[in-house]
Structure formats: C-alpha cells, structure tokens
Design a protein around this ligand. Sequence first.
Ligand SMILES: C=C(N)C(=O)O
Length: 125
Amino acid sequence: ETIRVTHNGVPKPIGPYSHSTGYGNVIFVSGQIGIDQKTNMLKDGVEQQTVQIMENLKTILADNQSDIEHITKTTIFLTDMKYFEKVNEIYAKYFHGHFPARTTIEVASLPRNANIEIECIAVKR
Ligand SMILES: C=C(N)C(=O)O
C-alpha cells in the first residue's frame, strides 16, 4: 500500500502532489523549492534556497522515520549550471562524507521562478 503524507513544518504543496509517499521502507520526497514555511516566500538567491530546501527535506524525512543519512538518491534541478559549485558546497555540508547517488540537471525554469529544486528517495531508519 502506498502511504501519502502531508507534513507540518514545511510549505504546503503548491500543486496536486503529496510532500512524500512511502511504500514499505522506501520514501519518495517531492521536489522541494526554497519556500520558507513561516513566510510562504521563496528565499532570495540560490544559496539561501539550497539551505531552505535541505531544511525542508530534513523535516519531511524526520516525519517518515528517516533522515539525511538515509537518502539513497537525490535529483537536483538548476535553472543555470553556473550554480553547480556553490550548490555542491552547501549540499555537501549536510552529509558526513557519505553521499547519496545524485543526478543534476539544468532546466529552463522551475515553479515560482525558483533557481533550484531538489527531490529525493530515502529509506526508513
Ligand atoms: C514543486 C513541485 N514539486 C511540483 O510542482 O511538482
């Protein structure tokens, strides 16, 4: 059975999707953009957006008996590949030398004109 979850503490989905779904021990987290739940505003710039996204992912994973260390795969969407180095720097700080598999793609645009979106697949602790 697929479990669909809407989480508190992260921005409401901005379209017809759940924050996350789960099947057995596997968790699928929808792409997050850098919206701050308190203000419902997109953070300014790719650096702040990346930090906000990682925080949103942490909240969603925690509600799913999981955490950053249990991410198996991420996909990063950037509106400009020039953000690659800066995003790597911020992203790497959230892991402790054990990085999930990852794909990074440049896209023409993202919802709310965000600069970056990250989705992930994780397993339960
Ligand atoms: C922000 C999204 N994850 C979406 O619109 O699909």
